[in-house]
Design a protein around this ligand. Structure first.
Ligand SMILES: *[C@@H]1O[C@H](CO)[C@@H](O)[C@H](O)[C@H]1NC(C)=O
Ligand SMILES: *[C@@H]1O[C@H](CO)[C@@H](O)[C@H](O)[C@H]1NC(C)=O
Ligand SMILES: *[C@@H]1O[C@H](CO)[C@@H](O)[C@H](O)[C@H]1NC(C)=O
Ligand SMILES: *[C@@H]1O[C@H](CO)[C@@H](O)[C@H](O)[C@H]1NC(C)=O
Ligand SMILES: *[C@@H]1O[C@H](CO)[C@@H](O)[C@H](O)[C@H]1NC(C)=O
Ligand SMILES: *[C@@H]1O[C@H](CO)[C@@H](O)[C@H](O)[C@H]1NC(C)=O
Ligand SMILES: *[C@@H]1O[C@H](CO)[C@@H](O)[C@H](O)[C@H]1NC(C)=O
Ligand SMILES: *[C@@H]1O[C@H](CO)[C@@H](O)[C@H](O)[C@H]1NC(C)=O
Ligand SMILES: *[C@@H]1O[C@H](CO)[C@@H](O)[C@H](O)[C@H]1NC(C)=O
Ligand SMILES: *[C@@H]1O[C@H](CO)[C@@H](O)[C@H](O)[C@H]1NC(C)=O
Ligand SMILES: *[C@@H]1O[C@H](CO)[C@@H](O)[C@H](O)[C@H]1NC(C)=O
Ligand SMILES: [Zn+2]
Length: 659
């Protein structure tokens, strides 16, 4: 660990050096000399990473200094107490060729409105696939512009090397916060006189911590950026997957950092599985093995699952099992798909010995000894509420084959996760496995203010966790498996009371409708779960999604919308709509929220959805190394704790390229 005094001094130095806030010339680079990984970066010993150096020459704007572009910068590395060496000597590598490009950025909103971007010329070098093996502090120094220096302090963490867990299962409730867990418990579990008769599976975990989710260069994160922190131990920038964002246009040339899945496979031969209810190229699943500045490179991400990172010397990680949605990145363009180089990715996976399945029935009868790709729908998978309660909403043209029929036979998170465990268990033998299981639509449904669907997804995650624990226990694998349940970021969601639907519907004036809201003692009790039923059994889900008294729930920041606080029976909600197409000007959707109250939004009007929030998110831990996960820590610590538990910290000295 580093002395906090130096950290404070470093932070103080940054203040005032640049005023960029809404927009940045380049994140984590307040000076004109940029070093990535940047100052304060932590590393796992032996973790591969790229170094990107950039020297910026603003051609105009507030940072203009009138110097020529410096194409002759130098970069040294020193272990604390040791002599500084040129990077080429330190890693015994060749100096790469100089790259040059330019980019523009807006210094603030006034410059954006006036359409006056600042132009910046760049001279850059990238050193690929290096590693630091010895724990301790390093100083990396970029010298540019005749003596200006950018210094980065890097810290290789000193971690225990003994492997403690054979397997790790990482459950991500995307966008799940303590508030949404609390609301899910209220509608899924019965309380008598203030005492819960049953609780969530998460509630029973022995260890609970909190992670801080903020990003490298903004305090609100997205799922790509936060998943990068969980997977690499390096904070990054919104939209980045396991890279630091550089300023070049190419979304694949940004400096990469090796992920836990890649290291686990490279060093131990461990096996990898990915399960998500999102389209499978979405950020959270992609973050196991993808490396790109742009999470929207879906087609290339799907190719990465199969072939590893293209055009680059990097570890190829075979993935045993992939279950999720997103068929449009698999079936060929002739059927309306959008795939990497126009190929049919069902065929591409089949050629590499994957069993290809497209519905739940086929999934349940998979041969667990063989690799499997299961893609069950176009786009995101159907929500628990639509699969189980409002099943008429399943009738949409989303068949995973691309034949425009409905995708009726979709598995839920629980079935997918249990099958993935069986496949990983059968194929990994003594090597162990790392499985990601993501409940993606907690986030997706909170974005569209569809609180009931979001809570259904959260309860399904909890039910999956419960079934996973029982399954591991029954197969005698529980004691070898670290189970983590956490989120990548929060949403500003909470419950403030209840709403009397009958009273609401009987009023004609919005101000009177607000009287239907009951707060404090008028909130009453949850009506979603076996009201007045003395023979209560734990079903883990509401018995009634449409009671007279619903939850008065909502987000901190919204588009214009109409709230009636009752379940949306005809499918996921669309709260805001454009009156004029492509105007980026969203108003309340006239078709949404019948009988409800019209409420004006607080977000900029180009937003048709709610947004992520700052809140720390919970981390539940059970199994080997669970004790590492108590207290409050940074999201990157989850990577270091998992890596330590897998015994990955020793790196691989025989590949040592360092001094
Ligand atoms: C580049 O820098 C090196 C060392 O700082 C110096 O010896 C050399 O003359 C410089 N070359 C140019 C073209 O400026
Ligand atoms: C920016 O770079 C591009 C190609 O690298 C070049 O064509 C263009 O002229 C440059 N723009 C400016 C304003 O220098
Ligand atoms: C900087 O130069 C570019 C290219 O000449 C121009 O488009 C832009 O408006 C200028 N920006 C400012 C802030 O002067
Ligand atoms: C560096 O110094 C030389 C000599 O004083 C000068 O000609 C050159 O423009 C300077 N370069 C930069 C990038 O400051
Ligand atoms: C890899 O290189 C090939 C051939 O140059 C190119 O077509 C493809 O787009 C590249 N892929 C990525 C992800 O950069
Ligand atoms: C599931 O997929 C298999 C193989 O494509 C197909 O034969 C079967 O009819 C499908 N079942 C359902 C219920 O869609
Ligand atoms: C499904 O939707 C189609 C087209 O909207 C309609 O013709 C059909 O009757 C629907 N089927 C069911 C079972 O609701
Ligand atoms: C595991 O199974 C045993 C035997 O059925 C039971 O006693 C124990 O409580 C179970 N443990 C967990 C964590 O479910
Ligand atoms: C009461 O609970 C039992 C057992 O869970 C269930 O079968 C029954 O339908 C419930 N009754 C009501 C009114 O919710
Ligand atoms: C409030 O929302 C309504 C409906 O979307 C809209 O017509 C009105 O312009 C909004 N008012 C403000 C101040 O944004
Ligand atoms: C609330 O709005 C949704 C979507 O428009 C609708 O399905 C539901 O029936 C409405 N609830 C009431 C009580 O009108
Ligand atoms: Zn989100």
């Amino acid at each position: 660990m580093k002395c906090s005094c130096s950290a404070i001094a470093a932070a103080a130095l940054l203040v005032g050096s640049v005023s960029a806030q809404t927009f940045r010339r380049l994140g984590a680079c307040p000076t004109l000399g940029c070093v990535f990984p940047p100052d304060q970066a932590d590393f796992l010993a032996g973790q591969f990473f790229d170094i990107r150096l950039e020297v910026h020459q603003p051609k105009n704007g507030s940072e203009f200094i009138g110097l020529p572009l410096d194409e002759n910068f130098t970069f040294t590395i020193a272990k604390t107490g040791g002599a500084a060496k040129l990077v080429t000597d330190y890693f015994k590598i060749q100096d790469p060729k100089l790259e040059k490009w330019n980019f523009t950025w807006f210094e603030d909103l006034f410059a954006r409105d006036a359409k006056t971007p600042t132009l910046v010329n760049v001279a850059s070098k990238a050193y690929r696939r290096v590693a630091l093996y010895e724990p301790g502090e390093y100083t990396a120094t970029l010298t540019y512009n005749n003596g200006s220096k950018t210094e980065a302090t890097w810290n290789v963490r000193d971690l225990a090397e003994e492997r403690k867990a054979k397997n790790i299962i990482l459950f991500i409730g995307d966008g799940m916060s303590t508030a949404s867990i609390t609301a899910a418990r209220l509608i899924g579990h019965k309380s008598i006189n203030g005492k819960y008769q049953t609780t969530m599976a998460m509630d029973k975990f022995p260890v609970l911590g909190h992670q801080m989710t903020h990003s490298l260069d903004s305090f609100i994160t997205d799922s790509a950026n936060s998943a990068s922190a969980l997977n690499t131990g390096h904070k990054s920038t919104v939209n980045c997957l396991n890279v630091y964002a550089d300023s070049s246009k190419d979304p694949f040339d940004d400096p990469k950092v090796e992920t836990i899945a890649e290291m686990f496979h490279r060093l131990t031969g461990g096996h990898i599985g990915i399960v998500s209810t999102a389209y499978i190229a979405d950020a959270t699943p992609a973050a196991l093995v993808s490396h790109t500045r742009a999470r929207s490179q879906y087609e290339a991400i799907v190719d990465t699952y199969l072939n590893g990172v293209q055009n680059y010397t990097w570890t190829d990680v075979p993935i045993d099992v992939i279950f999720g949605g997103g068929a449009e990145q698999f079936y060929p363009p002739a059927l309306g798909g959008k795939t990497y180089q126009g190929k049919d990715y069902y065929d591409e996976f089949a050629k590499q010995d994957y069993q290809i399945i497209q519905n739940r029935t086929s999934m349940l009868s998979l041969d667990v000894k063989e690799k499997a790709l299961g893609i069950f729908t176009v786009s995101n998978m159907a929500k628990w509420l639509d699969r189980n309660v409002y099943t008429q909403n399943m009738n949409q043209s989303l068949s995973p084959t691309g034949d425009k029929k409905p995708a009726l036979d979709q598995p839920g998170l629980k079935d997918m996760t249990l099958k993935a465990i069986d496949i990983l268990q059968a194929r990994s033998g003594d090597k162990g496995y790392f499985l990601l299981s993501e409940a993606a639509s907690i986030d997706k449904m909170l974005h569209v203010l569809d609180y009931d669907r979001a809570l259904g997804e959260l309860l399904e995650l909890d039910d999956t966790v419960k079934a996973t624990i029982a399954h591991l226990n029954a197969t005698n694998c529980l004691k070898d498996t670290l189970i983590l349940v956490t989120a990548d970021h929060g949403h500003g969601f909470d419950v403030m009371g209840s709403v009397d639907q009958h009273y609401l519907a009987a009023q004609n004036v919005d101000r009177k409708k607000r009287d239907a809201i009951g707060v404090y003692e008028q909130s009453g009790l949850s009506q979603y779960i076996n009201t007045g039923n003395l023979t209560y059994t734990d079903s883990s889900f509401p018995s009634n999604w449409d009671p007279r008294y619903t939850l008065f729930q909502g987000l901190m920041a919204d588009p214009d919308r109409r709230e009636n606080w009752s379940v949306h029976k005809s499918g996921p909600r669309e709260p805001a709509a454009e009156i004029e197409e492509d105007s980026d000007d969203f108003y309340v959707n006239p078709k949404d929220g019948a009988e409800g109250i019209m409420l004006n939004g607080t977000l900029p009007v180009e937003n048709d959805q709610g947004v992520h929030s700052l809140s720390d998110v919970p981390v539940y831990a059970m199994g080997p190394c669970q004790e590492l996960f108590g207290s409050t820590y940074s999201s990157i610590d989850i990577f270091y704790n998992m890596a330590e538990c897998f015994g990955l910290a020793k790196g691989s000295p025989q590949e040592d390229g360092t001094a």
